[in-house]
Design a protein around this ligand. Structure first.
Ligand code: DC
Length: 218
């Protein structure tokens, strides 16, 4: 079947990328991490000192950015920035970058272009509501902020990034607030999305649930 789209949305740390990668592998779907695309724009703006409150500067920035995705590598204007986009420095400003209409328009267009004619699983905040309102399957993952903070802290520890539970929890709550209250495509469950609370489920259990939903539709 051509152009099979699975949309996975939800807040930071709800398990979207872990689950999407697993499911992509299982069903040979292309995986598109749309959060990484917003992170690339945020990284560029930091590197170049772009004033995000100045629409002209934002417009110029978007003209000068070339995003390529090769497997799990994120290439910004020819340079692999896969590690740089995961730093706390980028995480702390990415919600602001993602709230800008012009940024969203450019990235949504790119997401649709990359997915064209393919079998794709995309994770993000607005995939089921804006990017692909007609997706074949829409999943909305949720988990308590405390559980999500625990997961993020574990990831940071594994990567050797210094942090502590309280600041990770604060940052998660702040990003939830910014992502859900912004005017442009706020984080919101699509009416026809299937909500899965991952707080008390293992990765395998969530993956099995989503796999069953895919099998019903494929
Ligand atoms: O999933 P993530 O933490 O890498 O996402 C980074 C930021 O990008 C997040 O704060 C919200 C934003 N984002 C978005 O607005 N829309 C998407 N489709 C994906 C991410």
């Amino acid at each position: 079947m051509n152009n099979f789209i699975v949309a996975v949305d939800g807040p930071a740390g709800s398990g979207k990328s872990t689950i999407s990668k697993l499911v992509a592998e299982k069903y040979k779907l292309t995986y598109l991490d749309t959060g990484a695309m917003y992170r690339m724009v945020a990284f560029y703006s930091l590197e170049k000192g772009v004033n995000l409150d100045n629409p002209r500067e934002v417009e110029l920035m978007l003209e000068n950015i070339k995003i390529d995705i090769e497997g799990d590598k994120f290439i910004l204007n020819g340079v692999d920035v896969s590690n740089e986009i995961r730093t706390l420095r980028v995480t702390s400003i990415v919600s602001k970058t993602a709230s800008i209409k012009a940024v969203r328009e450019k990235l949504v267009e790119l997401q649709r272009e990359i997915s064209n004619g393919k079998r794709v699983i995309l994770d993000g905040r607005d995939i089921g509501t804006v990017v692909f309102p007609n997706a074949h399957l829409k999943v909305f993952l949720v988990a308590s902020p405390e559980e999500r903070a625990k997961r993020r802290l574990k990831e940071y520890e594994e990567k050797g990034i210094k942090s502590d539970y309280e600041s990770v929890l604060d940052s998660i709550k702040e990003r939830d607030r910014l992502d859900s209250t912004r005017e442009e495509s706020p984080l919101k469950k699509a009416d026809d999305a299937i909500e899965v609370d991952t707080s008390f489920l293992s990765i395998e259990e969530v993956s099995d649930k989503i796999s069953a939903l895919i099998r019903e539709r494929i």
